[in-house]
Design a protein around this ligand. Structure first.
Ligand code: ASP
Ligand code: MG
Length: 449
């Protein structure tokens, strides 16, 4: 392990504009151990790129989306010291984007989409490198496609850990000696060198993967909040930042909706015991959350997370005689569509499960196709308008009184799909979205205030 090495990742809001980027550069200028910087696209850019890939836009609309993107980037560029190389590189990227965006086949060609989606990080890394230089940090932009090898599952590619390690040791490690390497989060390349992406919010995952590949000791995730909170501070002002979390708790929170971290981020951290820090690039002096393997205390309740826009699907076979093997058939269809199911409850002839339905993702389209296919073998009921609420903690299934405390706190509300006990770190249920703020507040009061 390279004990002195730190990887720092800056999220979209941290690189949204010149002022935000400058705050990030000051952080890097003060930490000599940080030799690799991973950046997200500037806030808003990836959503624009997703719109180019998925929405039916006419030429004027395409142009206005590209203008919106280029305005965000040039607003940063104009503050930087003159550089012919950088200006023409930015221009070239925007020209490439314009050409891609006007390809008639874009909306049906996953390979082209990936190239479009990668543009945000390519531009922000180019600009941030020069912001660092302006802060007297010797920095270079590094093309992450050289090292971040993935499979060819476009839109949600999986990393090839061994290759990433070999390639990073060969191409990235030698460069960090002299210059801080600024590279793109979210983006990878398959064996043929074709661009891939890791799924929305994937830059955190990139940082953790590179930390693992380079044997770093610390991975910093710089964002716009001063760490991970007991619950989303936009729901209740009583939410407070958590100084410490375990890998398991953090993974659970990310999976169940805490927006600060991409759910896969904890996997490399856990494998290699890399500490993960989450803090605000605007207020680094306020500290943040440190995520480690073993915490000093493991409280039964650590946090409450919420995931919005959940779809509940209930499938029912009309004939009892089909009941045998029914579950297998249902899950075969779900697996084929590569959907991940979160909560499941079953009875002999029916199964209910929940699907995540996030905006700006391809998941919703898949949900629709999955449901059509399920209708071939059974009766399908789809209910929407739910939020998934999860209490995250420790030893929850073996501690006395945990479930009754949670359930009695919310006894005034209708809960669906209560799931508890499959894992020591969570208890989850669905609630109607119009009640979900009150329920989170009420739970927070009972468990944490
Ligand atoms: N830019 C990508 C997104 O918005 C990846 C990231 O920011 O982590 O999803
Ligand atoms: Mg993010």
């Amino acid at each position: 392990m390279n004990s002195a090495l730190t990887i720092a990742k800056f999220g979209g809001t941290s690189v949204a504009n010149y002022q935000a980027m400058s705050a990030c550069a000051s952080i890097i200028a003060q930490q000599s151990d940080t030799r690799v910087v991973v950046v997200s696209a500037s806030a808003g850019v990836t959503n624009h790129l997703v719109s180019l890939c998925h929405d039916e836009l006419d030429t004027d609309q395409i142009n206005s989306v590209i203008n919106a993107i280029s305005d965000i980037q040039y607003a940063i560029e104009k503050h930087l010291p003159q550089s012919e190389t950088r200006t023409s590189a930015l221009e070239a990227l925007l020209t490439e984007l314009t050409l891609l965006a006007k390809q008639p086949s874009l909306r049906t060609n996953d390979m082209l989409k990936e190239q479009v989606l990668s543009m945000g990080e390519r531009m922000s890394s180019l600009l941030f490198t020069d912001v660092l230089k302006a802060h007297n940090v010797a920095a270079e932009v590094f093309d992450v496609k050289q090292v971040l090898r993935t499979d060819s599952n476009f839109g949600a590619a999986s990393p090839d850990l061994e290759q990433i390690k070999t390639l990073s040791q060969a191409h990235l490690a030698p460069k960090i000696v002299t210059h801080v390497q600024v590279t793109q989060g979210f983006v990878g390349a398959d064996e043929q060198g074709r661009t891939t992406t890791l799924g929305r919010g994937g830059s955190d995952f990139t940082a953790a993967l590179l930390a693992e590949a380079l044997g770093a000791q610390l991975c910093q995730i710089w964002t716009d909040v001063i760490g991970v909170y007991t619950t989303d501070p936009r729901i209740t002002d009583k939410a407070r930042p958590l100084p410490e979390l375990s890998f398991e708790e953090a993974a659970e929170m990310a999976t169940f909706g805490a927006k600060v971290l991409h759910p896969a981020t904890m996997e490399p951290a856990l494998r290699q015991d890399i500490k993960v820090f989450v803090g605000s690039s605007k207020e680094p002096e306020k500290g943040g959350t440190i995520i480690v393997r073993d915490c000093d205390v493991e409280p039964p309740y650590r946090a409450i997370t919420r995931r919005k826009e959940q779809v509940m699907v209930t499938v029912k076979t009309p004939k009892m005689m089909y009941a045998q093997g029914f579950l297998a058939k249902v899950f075969e269809i779900i697996a084929k569509h590569e959907l991940s199911v979160d909560l499941v409850t079953t009875s002999e002839i029916s199964v209910s499960f929940t699907l995540d339905n996030p905006p700006n993702s391809v998941a919703e389209r898949l949900n629709r196709e999955t449901i059509i296919e399920l209708q071939d073998i059974c009766d399908v009921t789809v209910e929407r308008g739910f939020d998934l609420i999860t209490v995250v903690g420790n030893n929850m299934q073996t501690s006395v009184g945990v479930s009754s405390k949670i359930l009695s706190a919310v006894s005034d509300y209708q809960l669906r799909m209560i799931c508890f006990g499959a894992n020591p770190h969570n208890m989850s249920f669905l609630v109607q979205e119009q009640h979900s703020d009150e329920i989170v507040k009420q739970l927070h009061r009972v468990l944490f205030e």
